[in-house]
Write a protein that binds this ligand. Sequence first.
Ligand code: CP
Ligand code: NVA
Length: 298
Amino acid sequence: MQHLLSIEELSAKEIQKLLDSAAHLKLQRGRDGNQLAGQTWALIFTKSSTRTRVSFEVGIRELGGFPLFLSGNDIQLGRGEPIKDTARVLGRMVHGTIIRTFAQQDVVDFAQYSGIPTINALSDDEHPCQILADLLTIQEKLGGWEGKKIAFIGDGFSNMAISWMWAAKHLSFEFAIASPESCQPPADFLANLNAPNVTVTADPAVAAHQAYVINTDVWLSMGQEGQKEKEREFAGFQVNSALLAGAATGHIVLHCLPAYRGKEISEEVLELHAGTIFQQAENRLHAQKAVLVALAKR
Ligand code: CP
Ligand code: NVA
């Protein structure tokens, strides 16, 4: 593994290896090795972040490295310097880069032109670090995903939904998306995915029925905040106690956060499942340390 650009291009074996490493690093926390000793890792963020930024900065430090946070607005990238030039400069100065941005192609180009390990910390197309933390949480809470239906209620063609669909393809669990028709993954995407275990419905109750994991995310992703018409499409798509009544006994609720209570999730459900949801947030740290260790060149 040279980079982490997407869940799409990971194999089932690579995912499991990262999860095993994350579980080990979680147990070992405080007794970490020095896998990033002497290394500087840049974080280029052109979108807001709490969890991703903090977990990467802390994780890099815990592994003996130095994080260098670069807001997209403060560096010349924000004034139009091409990503390929930014990449060629950083590639000569730092040991790895973590990027949060809009276009997936920018992440791909950065990896190509920098020649250093590159991690996608969220693009419009994928959020691979989040999915690794989510899978780790499912392992911890449910012992794994084998034979367990996972549901996603919300924007069916968001970065989170897309990364989940690729995870379902690789790991073969039943994955049901409930999304308004206008937000469902398009036919050409589903044809390319070619995963009969991934189903799409406009009825949240159908997706949640007998699901062991009910997953949701914001209706409007970063960059879409003004799209009030899109938001209106989601009436009836809230994860609340009525929806969960049809889920499997012993189900868990996941939310990558930040959450908008009263929109995609009710206050009651978020607080009832806060133990799992904040364990999921903490797992960002452990999962990403596993990614850093896997990518660090020694
Ligand atoms: N879930 C997640 O990526 O959170 P942040 O946007 O706070 O990093
Ligand atoms: N889909 C959300 C995820 C936030 C972590 C977004 O892109 O804003």
